[in-house]
Design a protein. Structure first.
Length: 509
């Protein structure tokens, strides 16, 4: 994996413990009856006080799975910026220019990364004299109408005992897929998505851009566990929202230690440049739900700034978890006895015989056995339902980590099978059959284009707002651009009002 080939197509972790736990139990378990109605724990994407105010740096979810259509490769997806409202313009959603987005690979179980894929971004603005994200219909990633764009580089860092051995740039100035503004702005968003999938030398593929949030859960759980009455479970609170995604697909042989040791541990971090010019880690994610539901307030920011090899400091949060006590108080479901030693091995090591590497050092990582082939018919409860290709052996987009985590937290491994569920079993978007697999992002458009807002208006707006070049004074450029912008807005407003009058009887004032 060396330089980029430009010829290419183009929260959480109550978790490991839960996940592992359920995985361990899942090796023997098949078919768990859902509790009707079920109480559940969920992830809100806002897992710690400091990072909740810095969404560009907030890693909402991490996924890792053997690619279903290319089983000799592994796909890793890291999502950022929670609760992206599709209509949230004019400043739509971008990755931060002052950050390092890192995906870490531990391929020998020593709790330290041997490989790091580092993404860094640059934002480009064609015309700074308009407020618009795009100045007309966007038909390609290099369309002059796409006013605000981003590109990124990827560096591959090879480490030994956390000491840098080598640094290689494997991608240079790759375009990011833009936010999906709407049908008038991006009439064929799928084409833009395809252009953002880039093949790299060495058999890897990369993508960065917006996607529909693949996580699914009923987040009313934080209203003291569904208000204590279970009256509103089953609502996917994340429906309709987007995230910004980084996805990379790499050959299994490249990230694992050997065919005899195929288990890799994966986590993601974000470092932000501080006022002194140094990078500080402010976000970290491995398994889902850990920092939201397992760690108490006093440890949340500390966890986000910490490294896996120091995770012993959080051990008590696992052996004495708060969630089962809350469920017992509110719903009278007895909490398993403490200390929860049934959760410790799974939380820190992976499940023996499934995804635990030899000589493992306990650490919170999303662990994946790259030698386990993808399931022909994936089950949403993964290992818990006998599907060893799913969570907690890595994490697929369709894995129901909430239900899995709840059932293990409530004592699945010690014989207490409650069947707890939040009654949200799948995401709303349609996942793809090939990389990057993510569903296309939701847009601000909710119906067919109104008459009068077709190519005629879009073209006039684009022509008026195109940069005029170096001729003329700055004052003339600003004045002409502003005038064109106002004219374009008036054209759109007139067309919308005409449509309303014709179709709804609206007369305005």
């Amino acid at each position: 994996m060396t330089p980029i080939s430009r010829s290419g197509t183009g929260r959480r972790s109550i978790a490991t413990l839960i996940c592992g736990a359920l995985a361990a139990g899942g090796l023997a378990a098949a078919g768990v009856t859902a509790l009707e109605p079920g109480a559940a724990s969920a992830s809100s994407h806002r897992e710690a006080p400091l990072i909740s105010g810095q969404p560009q740096y907030d890693n909402t979810d991490l996924y890792a799975f053997v690619s279903p259509d290319k089983p000799d490769t592994t796909t890793i997806i890291a999502n950022f910026i929670p609760f992206e409202e599709p209509s949230g313009g004019p400043n739509f959603y971008t990755f931060a220019d002052d950050a390092q987005y890192d995906i870490h690979i531990d391929n020998n179980g020593d709790a330290q990364g041997e490989l790091v894929f580092r993404y860094t971004f640059k934002t480009h603005v064609k015309n700074k004299n308009t407020f618009l994200y795009n100045t007309g219909a966007v038909k390609s990633l290099n369309d002059p109408n796409l006013n605000v764009t981003q590109t990124y580089d990827i560096e591959l860092l090879k480490l030994h005992k956390e000491k840098l051995v080598s640094r290689t740039k494997i991608a240079d100035d790759v375009p990011v897929a833009p936010s999906n503004v709407g049908k008038a702005s991006m009439p064929d968003y799928g084409k833009l998505r395809d252009q953002a999938v880039y093949k790299l030398a060495g058999g890897a593929t990369t993508f960065a851009g917006q996607a529909a949030d693949p996580f699914f859960a009923d987040l009313r759980v934080f209203d003291l566990l569904y208000g204590g009455n279970l009256s509103e479970v089953g609502n996917n609170t994340l429906k309709g929202y987007n995230v910004n995604s980084l996805a990379i697909q790499v050959p299994n042989s490249y990230i694992r230690e050997s065919s005899k040791q195929p288990v890799v541990g994966i986590w993601s971090t974000v470092q932000r440049k501080n006022a002194r010019g140094y990078y500080e880690q402010i976000s970290r994610l491995g398994n889902p739900l850990v920092n939201e539901v397992v760690n108490p307030q006093k440890d949340k920011d500390k966890f986000n700034a910490s490294q896996p090899w120091y995770d012993a400091q959080f051990l008590k949060n696992v052996t004495n978890p708060e969630l089962p006590k809350l469920i017992e108080q509110i719903y009278k479901i007895k909490a398993p006895s403490e200390p929860r030693n049934d959760l410790v091995d799974v939380f820190l090591k992976g499940v023996k015989g499934l995804n635990q590497p030899p000589y493992v050092k306990p650490a919170e990582e999303l662990r994946l056995n790259t030698s386990i082939k993808p399931s022909m018919h994936p089950k949403r409860l993964g290992v818990l339902d006998g599907d060893n290709a799913g969570f907690p052996n890595g994490r697929r987009l369709t894995d129901d980590v909430i239900d899995e985590a709840l059932q293990v937290m409530e004592g699945f491994l010690v014989g207490q099978k409650t069947g707890l569920s939040d009654k949200v079993d799948a995401a709303d978007g349609k996942f793809g059959n090939s990389f990057p697999y993510l569903a296309e992002p939701n847009s601000g458009s909710h119906g067919a284009l109104a008459k009068g807002t077709g190519n005629d208006v879009r073209s006039q707006l684009a022509d008026g707002l195109m940069p005029t070049g170096s001729s003329g004074s700055d004052t003339t450029l600003i004045a002409s651009s502003a005038a064109a912008g106002v004219a374009g807005v008036l054209l759109i407003g007139t067309a919308v009002m005409w449509w309303r009058r014709r179709n709804t009887g609206y007369r305005g004032y």
